[in-house]
Design a binder for this molecule. Structure first.
Ligand code: DX5
Ligand code: ZN
Length: 214
């Protein structure tokens, strides 16, 4: 089943509580982008807001760290168990340490990869401790960009590697996702999508979310 996580970046920033209350029963959880202005040239949410959204939702959250130093931010997360924490393999991290931080908090460890990074780079880090892989389908940093279809080629390569090495990790896609892409995304066996403008650019958020589900 494809799980949908509204990404709050394009939501009404002055009414985030209302956005969360409205959509919580209609989605699998919220996707929160944490940026530091260095790893990507933008700033949106921080751990304080991510923790507040997590408390307001009955679902586990999906945190997407676009930061140079993921450990600093993970230390400040107080999410409920089973939340997903995606950190970029292009950032700086001590692999053993970051995994122990995530697991101690009973969260799922997720490797995120930028569109231009080769999928084979993930193989340096995949092991049984990794629960999830986030394949970015736009350059990280901004919502409202156009989907990059070439990233879809990474999915079967990753699935094949996992099969060969008896690893099981779910796959997420984030960026530029519109309803017309959903059949192909489902066919490829993607588990989670994060979507922002295709939900929050519409007055009727629930209807927009349902369009993604169909
Ligand atoms: C981009 C973020 C995405 C973004 C998606 O760096 O990671 O989560 O909010 O926005 P849309 O769906 O508008 O591309
Ligand atoms: Zn994201």
């Amino acid at each position: 089943m494809l799980r949908i996580f509204p990404s709050l970046m394009a939501a009404d920033q002055l009414h985030l509580g209302q956005e969360v209350a409205l959509l919580d029963a209609h989605c699998s959880g919220f996707h929160l982008d944490i940026m530091d202005g260095h790893f990507v040239p933008n700033i949106i949410f921080g751990p304080v807001l991510a923790n507040a959204v997590d408390r307001a939702s009955r679902n586990p959250s999906w945190i997407h760290l676009m930061v140079d130093n993921p450990s600093f931010f993970i230390e400040r997360l107080t999410l409920k168990a089973k939340g997903i924490v995606s950190f970029h393999i292009e950032s700086n991290f001590d692999f053993q340490y970051i995994i122990s931080q995530i697991k101690e908090k009973k969260l799922q460890a997720s490797l995120a990869i930028k569109p231009k990074t080769r999928v084979e780079k993930l193989f340096d880090f995949l092991n049984p401790m990794i629960d999830h892989v986030l394949i970015m389908s736009v350059e990280p940093g901004f919502s409202g960009q156009k989907f990059l279809p070439e990233v879809l080629q990474k999915i079967p390569v990753l699935q094949e590697y996992c099969r060969e090495h008896q690893l099981s990790c779910s796959i997420g896609l984030d960026g530029g996702i519109v309803p017309a892409l959903i059949p192909e995304i489902k066919r490829l066996g993607v588990d989670h999508i994060a979507a922002s403008s295709s939900i929050f650019n519409y007055d009727d958020r629930i209807e927009a979310l349902e369009r993604l589900r169909e």
